[in-house]
Ligand binder design. Structure first.
Ligand code: NAD
Length: 416
């Protein structure tokens, strides 16, 4: 990525920027800048050739004032303790801005899964699940997928937990396959909230998403589905990329066909279109830019060259705080990650509710309820932005979210 900003420092700076708009004591606000606890473990896993390999793994439980900790598990060689802490904090405030009854958590294993067989990844995942077992549970901490994890890993974690606990507890994890207790609409949910927040932002600005040109960095779960749903809304996807590079077509790419190419060959670069670099994609003159890869994609230097009017953050933490200031000065509207990609956690919440009720909703109901949650949260954010005159939409989102966490904490009182 372009910049090596420590994501945990970024989180704390974002919280400090919003704190001045929140009516709360400094000591209470300071408490909300640190995780409650972090599990750090070394997983010992047998490889297919019989040798043993060690993997560093983490689970951060950031804040549980509003409910059980909630957040994904990432498999990536760049996973660090500070990254997981930051991601867990973003989850706490994400759950608060969309007003679902969860706190924030996040986990990760420092691994490149592309280098391991399926059976090795299963043993790695089950080893992590066994370490997590005392900390997680339907009412305690509920993991979910993140970068390089999906239904397969969630099903293994659920099975490990249920086997060790001698019970059935599908709500211990979300993002499961349908037959293992997953929800309709979960796979699409993150991209759907990105599309919905983009649509609402353009409407708020008196514009129409159907007339927008769009560039998407990162073509995995979040990015490819956001692209397809925006394509369906009439927007023109002119550029997309993944870790191998990008493609550009000013006439518009067929988002679904690009996803098919990536599924077949492993990369979007094999699809027809002019090849461009990731930095070129991020600085294209488009109406809407969607960073959907990893943190720190847009740093201060790159921000000066960004030409998009609106950025909708499908990824977590893709813009450094210094870049945020540059973009605000240039009057680029940034819809923050804690709202733009909240669809994943909102439908995870719906999945958990269905698991607890042992009753499944239709896809139509899931999508309708998601749309209601996201549009309500967007309205809360805009109201906070206009009422308080916050410099950015991000600061407004954090102000609303922090206030909700502070209220829950204050009402419960400190312990012990
Ligand atoms: P994914 O693994 O499905 O996709 C990630 C994509 O980013 C891949 O196409 C990969 O090639 C690409 N990528 C990696 N490095 C890149 C680089 N340097 N330049 C360009 N592209 C690069 O992951 P995902 O689940 O789509 O997650 C992407 C982001 O969205 C992450 O920040 C994640 O935390 C966030 N997010 C995901 C969900 C979800 O439900 N999947 C929910 C909320 C937030």
């Amino acid at each position: 990525m372009a910049d090596q900003a420590n994501p945990f420092d970024s989180l704390q700076e974002q919280l400090d920027a919003a704190a001045e708009y929140v009516d709360a004591r400094d000591d209470v606000l300071e408490r909300l800048k640190h995780p409650e606890r972090v599990l750090e473990t070394t997983l010992s896993v047998e490889l297919d050739d019989g040798s043993i390999e060690l993997f560093d793994a983490y689970r951060s439980q950031f804040n549980g004032d509003r409910g059980p900790y909630k957040g994904g598990i990432r498999y990536h060689p760049g996973v660090t303790r500070d990254e997981v802490k930051a991601l867990s904090g973003w989850m706490a405030y994400k759950c608060a801005i969309v007003d679902i009854p969860y706190g924030g958590g996040k986990g990760g294993i420092e691994v490149d899964p592309a280098n391991y067989s399926e059976s090795e990844l299963e043993r790695l995942t089950r080893a992590f699940a066994a370490e997590l077992r005392p900390l997680i549970g339907e009412d305690r901490d509920i993991p979910a997928p993140d970068v390089n994890t999906g239904q397969r890993e969630m099903n293994w974690i659920k099975d490990t937990y249920e086997t060790l606990e001698h019970t059935t507890a599908p709500g211990v994890i979300t993002g499961k396959a349908l037959d293992s207790g997953g929800s309709e609409g979960r796979v699409e949910a993150t991209g759907r909230s990105t599309m919905l927040t983009a649509r609402e932002t353009f409407a708020w600005l008196g514009r129409d998403l159907s007339e927008a040109t769009v560039a998407v960095q990162g073509y995995g779960n979040a990015g490819s589905i956001a692209a397809r749903l925006i394509d369906e809304q009439g927007g023109t996807i002119v550029a997309v990329s993944d870790s191998s590079g990008g493609i550009y077509d000013p006439e518009g790419l067929d988002a679904e066909a690009v996803a098919d190419t990536k599924a077949e060959t492993g990369s979007v670069v094999d699809h027809a279109g002019e090849e461009i670099s990731n930095d070129e994609l991020l600085t294209l003159d488009v109406d809407l830019l969607i960073p959907a890869a990893l943190e720190n994609a847009i740093d201060e230097a790159l921000a000066h060259d960004v030409e998009a009017d609106v950025i909708t953050e499908a990824a977590n933490g893709p813009i450094t705080p210094a870049a945020d200031e540059v973009l605000a000065d240039k009057e680029v509207y940034v819809v923050p990650d804690i709202l733009a990609n909240a669809g994943g956690v909102v439908v995870s919440y719906f999945e958990w509710v269905q698991n607890r009720q042992r009753f499944s909703w239709t896809e139509e109901r899931v999508n309708d309820e998601l749309e209601a949650v996201i549009t309500d949260a967007f309205d809360d954010l805009v109201e906070a932005h206009e009422t308080n005159g916050t410099p950015t939409l991000r600061t407004a989102a954090y102000a609303v979210a922090i206030e909700r966490v502070v209220d829950a904490y204050t009402q419960a009182g400190n312990w012990p």
